[in-house]
Write a protein that binds this ligand. Structure first.
Ligand code: ARG
Length: 267
């Protein structure tokens, strides 16, 4: 009798092991969200940026990185329930740093280009802009056609750099680490013009006496900003896109642009 009871118990245990072992599918959440789960486990979302690009990212009064892109990344971090960590680096290193996993997101007023899409994936676009031209007061340059043969300052590795290098006949292109560095050189009389995105261009012109922003853009082609991620992180992209969609629909991005344009100009 005792033996039979033991046998039954043993069989029951065996059945349980088999049942659990064979029929329990892998948890769907774990399989579907590997990148998001990793970020949640780490407790932080790492944003790679270049903080010389007001109003999108710049050093605030307390010397920490602030701006429109920081607000956006903060909203993404909040939706993931983690804290935001910001790494400030050279702009032309961001795409490769994102690709190699040095951070989760490249949020840097980064234009969504086909060339960059070969290396990283982009979120939905969140800002429309154009390249603009800054010149010294009284300059003979009044539009892009006048840039031919001139000394043009740009931020290294940006779409402004590409424009000046590839599309301006005979330009002497001077590349700087940040847009404000180029602006300072222009104000010091060492350049004929600076080409950079519209909002930072207005900031640079506003911060340097004697510089003016031309109304006519450098390029007719508009550009769109998007957030860069390592390729194939579909679960992370879904979160980023849904946060961006919500922020755009609520008018938050435009409101932050207005707010940080003012804050940066007053600094
Ligand atoms: N939109 C331009 C580009 O993608 C310039 C971006 C510069 N951004 C920055 N954070 N410095 O090339």
């Amino acid at each position: 009798m005792k033996n039979i009871k033991m046998l039954v118990a043993l069989l029951a245990a065996l059945c349980l092991v088999l049942a659990v072992g064979c029929s329990k599918p892998a948890a769907p959440a774990a399989a579907g969200t590997p990148t998001v789960d990793k970020i949640k486990a780490a407790g932080k979302l790492i944003m790679l940026t270049n903080a010389g690009f007001a109003p999108y990212e710049f050093l605030g009064a307390d010397n920490s990185v602030t701006g429109v892109d920081v607000e956006i990344a903060q909203a993404i971090a909040e939706s993931l329930g983690v804290k935001l960590e910001i790494v400030d680096m050279d702009f032309d290193s961001i795409v490769f740093a994102v690709q190699s996993g040095k951070g989760d997101l490249g949020v840097a007023g980064m234009t969504n280009t086909e060339e960059r899409q070969k290396t990283v994936d982009f979120s939905i676009n969140y800002v429309d802009t154009v390249q603009k031209i800054i010149v010294p007061e009284g300059s003979t340059i009044t539009g892009p056609a006048d840039l031919a043969g001139k000394t043009i300052g740009v931020q290294m590795g940006t779409t402004g750099d590409l424009f000046a290098t590839d599309e301006v006949e005979g330009a002497n292109v001077q590349r700087y680490k940040t847009g404000p560095d180029a602006g300072a050189e222009l104000a010091a009389g060492k350049l004929d013009a600076v080409v950079i995105d519209a909002a930072p261009a207005a900031q640079i012109a506003g911060a340097n006496a004697g510089l003016v922003l031309l109304d006519t853009p450098a390029t007719a082609e508009p550009e769109q900003y998007a957030i860069a991620m390592a390729k194939g992180k579909e679960d992370l992209k879904a979160v980023v896109d849904s946060v961006l969609e919500k922020l755009i629909a609520e008018g938050k991005i435009q409101a932050w642009l207005d707010e940080y344009n003012e804050i940066a100009l007053a600094q």
